[in-house]
Design a protein around this ligand. Sequence first.
Ligand code: NAP
Length: 494
Amino acid sequence: MTSPNTRALRYAVVGAGMAGILAAIKLKERGEDFTVFEKAAKVGGTWRENRYPGLSCDVPAHAYTYTFEPYPEWKAYYATGPDVQDYFQFVTEKYGITPFIRFNTEVAGLDWSDSTSKWTVTLGDGSSETFDVVIAASGVLHHPNVPRIEGLESFEGPAFHTARWDDDAPIDGAKVGLIGSGSTGIQIVTAINKRVEKLVHFQRSPQWVMPVPYFQYSDEEREAFRRDPALIDAIRFSDEYIGNVRRFTDAITDIDGPQMQMIEDICRDYFEQSIRDPELKEKLRPNYRAACKRLIYSWCYYDEVQHPAVFVETGKIARVEPKGVRMADGTFHELDTLVLATGFQADKFIRPAGVTGQGGMTLDAFWAERPTAHYAVTLPHFPNFFMLNGPTGPVGNFSLIDIAERQWDYIDQLIDVLRSGEAASVMPTVEAHAAYEERRIAAAKTTIFGSGCTSWYLDRTGVPASWPWSYDAFADAMARPVMTEYAFKATVTA
Ligand code: NAP
């Protein structure tokens, strides 16, 4: 239920990716005054920035949509990256969001004034504007993690991170080195193995792989989806998807329970039955529990990695040399192109923008130990500042669009208090957030993510930076904020 606006608010939305587009649609529907700041020239966030071969979304396409905008046009059960990007561009146009976006405009700083209860948003060109509310929708995985490997700059061929794909780099008939075996590295193996002369996949840790179905939708099926949206609902709200999400989150929070046992059995059986060569099998056998790192959902990786052009190198990299990579045991891999599928700095969020809240508290200071947010959305000391897909939200193999939509419902109820004129600002109390974090951290340590592996899910202290309870618990928490956990400032003093 939405309350009538008695106080007009100005909103700054930072980022025009999936979550920023969502916020913009919701604000436009209400006739609110908002501006979306986007550092790049196009919408799409991670789907705009990542263009590597094999990029696809491992959440079923019909489930990776806004609930209010099902999409009959998906070409396959799992969409390619370019198809997901098309979807976000389509939605942006359909909902008339483009005129509200300021492209090529980076937010450099956000400063809260207690006297005016407003945020000053400073842009990259030094100009600034004031807003009542900030929606931080700047994404999680967008600052490439470029590994510090000796000699990397000396490589004579193209060497680049996967999120900065170099279209001119030799791939076809070339000797390619690929460092990293997360979701990105695995997808690249499956896409280029038949194009290269040789692919050396430098793998520091092997992955557990969950086998999933893959099929294309025919023209007739797409026509049927257009005529009858119930057919789409039958997929996106199916037990196969929703039930899987519930089972998955039950498993990661009850790591000795039957659901986790099932996930482990499926992954182990698939591994044992798929890899023929005993030497390769030992290289690909993980020594940690399935789902500790983000599970690889794939229908083809185990087939593709056994292609003769692929060599899985599990030795330690000593250094990069002008013509290739030298291993610690002296082995040399001559390469034309070196691809860094080495992931992202997942603790940055809206930074490097400098954010200063109440009493001069900076985001860097507040997050000195680890990035946190109350129920992953709001922060003490930072009034009227709301995060979509912020720190400690649910992570796993499900749609982050659903997460963002639920977070928006929570945010919207808090903003209602501002709209109604009852308060000039809102933020969680220090005590409520500290109590929440204490419970969250204790629970997070017992999830599968904390069961003994490295991953971007862990904060720098080794605690999983994730929602540690069930999906239903998350849905319940987002359905209604606990207002007693919030501090409201009653009047605007200047
Ligand atoms: P990632 O999961 O963080 O994987 C990074 C890889 O690089 C790991 O294998 C890591 O090894 C390796 N690595 C890092 N530094 C290294 C170094 N100095 N030397 C050797 N190896 C090094 O990153 P990602 O694959 O880009 O995926 C990040 C996330 O993006 C995914 O978990 C997922 O959430 C999202 N994503 C989603 C999809 C999708 O289909 N929806 C596709 C791609 C990505 P260790 O494991 O040993 O640390």
